[in-house]
Every structure is written in C-alpha cells, then in structure tokens.
Design a protein around this ligand. Sequence first.
Ligand SMILES: Cc1cc2nc3c(=O)[nH]c(=O)nc-3n(C[C@H](O)[C@H](O)[C@H](O)COP(=O)(O)OP(=O)(O)OC[C@H]3O[C@@H](n4cnc5c(N)ncnc54)[C@H](O)[C@@H]3O)c2cc1C
Length: 230
Amino acid sequence: MYYTNGNYEAFARPRKPQGVGEKQAWLVGGGLASLAAAAFLVRDAQMDGSRIHILEDSGLPGGACDGLLRPDVGFVIRGGREMENHYECLWDLFRSVPSLEVEDASVLDEFYWLNHDDPNCSKNRATLEQGASADTKNRFELSDEAALEWMRLFFTPDEALYDKTIDDVLSEEFYQSNFWLYWQTMFAFEKWHSALEMKLPLPYKMALHAGLEKLRGTTLDELLVRYELV
Ligand SMILES: Cc1cc2nc3c(=O)[nH]c(=O)nc-3n(C[C@H](O)[C@H](O)[C@H](O)COP(=O)(O)OP(=O)(O)OC[C@H]3O[C@@H](n4cnc5c(N)ncnc54)[C@H](O)[C@@H]3O)c2cc1C
C-alpha cells in the first residue's frame, strides 16, 4: 500500500514490474520481515512464489516469533503477540491473507471481529504476591523526574546505549512508579536487560501509553485472547 495524503493511491493495484518473471528474490532469515517481504512480492510485484528463496540459519522458521511445529495443529507461535491499530503494513498484509477458518474472510477480518467482540481490557491490571491486587488505581504515579528519565531515554541516540542496561539509564525513583510495573509486566523487561532493546520500539509503543493501565489499546491475536485472558 502506498500512502499519500488521501487514499487515492492506496487501493490501486501496482502494475506488474518489467522482467519480474526472470528475477529471483533471496531473503536472508525466516522471520516475519522476510515472510512479509515474500508475501508482498507475490501480491504486489506478482512474482511467482517459486522464485522467492528464504535462507534460514536455525532449524525452525519464524525467528523471534518463537515458532513451534505441532503435528496436531501445524506451525504455531508459542505465546501471543500484542498489536495495535497502527501496524499499517501488517494490517495491509493480513487483508490479503485468506482466513483458514472463516469462509470468504481475510485474516484481518477475523482478527478485527475477534477484538471487536472481545476487546482487550483488564479490570485488575497488576497483581502481587500470588494474586492480591496491586491496587494501582489505574494511575501511572510517575514523578516529574521519572517522567524526564523516560523522555531522556526516548531521545538518546542508539549509539549511546550500546552495552547499557536498563538499570544504567533508569533510577529507583522510576522503578517505584506504577508505570514501570505496567511496562515491565507487559513487555517482560528486567532491569538487567538491554536499554537499547527497550528504547528501539518506543516510538510505536508510545501509542500504547493511553490505555496502558488497563491494557486497552492493544489488539491481541487469537491465541492470547482465547487462552490467556478469558
Ligand atoms: C518474547 C517476545 C515477545 C514479543 N512480543 C511482541 C509483541 O507482543 N508485539 C510485537 O509487535 N512484537 C513482539 N515481539 C517482537 C517481534 O516478535 C519481532 O519484532 C519480529 O518477530 C522480528 O521479525 P524479524 O523478521 O525482523 O526478525 P527475526 O524474527 O529475528 O528473524 C530473523 C531470522 O533471521 C535468521 N538469521 C539471522 N542471521 C541469519 C543468517 N546470517 N543467515 C540465515 N538466517 C539468519 C534468524 O535465525 C531468524 O530466524 C516479541 C519478541 C519476543 C522475542
């Protein structure tokens, strides 16, 4: 999908590129990026699938999606993935992938209706000591200094974060906040994890700030909705 100020160009189908029938595409790594590139090559460049080759180093494709080959159900992702409304490329891709279970529906349709009918929301966002409510009152409780630390991290150049842990860039005052409790439990961060790993996805994760205290704003894949939250 090509974005301009309106949707004039978004829905027009690209012309078949010249010579695409004689070309080969070699993609390194069998993660989502390569799989998505392959799907767009088939859909938009009209390249035949037999001309697309994905080289994967490990025994199982899927990369960070943590795949598992289960003979009873097929190739699945272990655990769920949280997404949100602005995964523009993914939604564009999902609209072209037919649903396996619902006739005449795309994966996007299926995903959308699932999240529409059963929207993500946690009445008790965090628990402590084997189930007692953390009673966070849905507040971030970020002090001005802690909020500044977060903003500073956002604006720190990547190079300055090489070899730094989260503990090197955030302080005890930050860890005292409910915000850290929400963030840490949502994205599985420990203080000794890489500061850069936490910083890199911040631009898109910022969109999740509104709703973080109730896990609103995320859309969830079927696995998570069916088995973890219900
Ligand atoms: C535990 C966990 C939870 C996550 N939760 C979410 C979530 O809720 N929402 C979300 O949006 N994202 C989430 N992510 C991130 C998301 O899964 C990744 O961003 C995405 O899967 C990355 O895809 P990729 O193709 O860019 O890279 P990868 O999946 O890392 O794929 C790269 C592939 O390349 C292979 N490779 C590397 N070098 C070579 C080589 N030289 N030759 C051949 N093959 C090579 C690797 O083996 C790997 O399979 C999560 C990630 C993890 C680990």
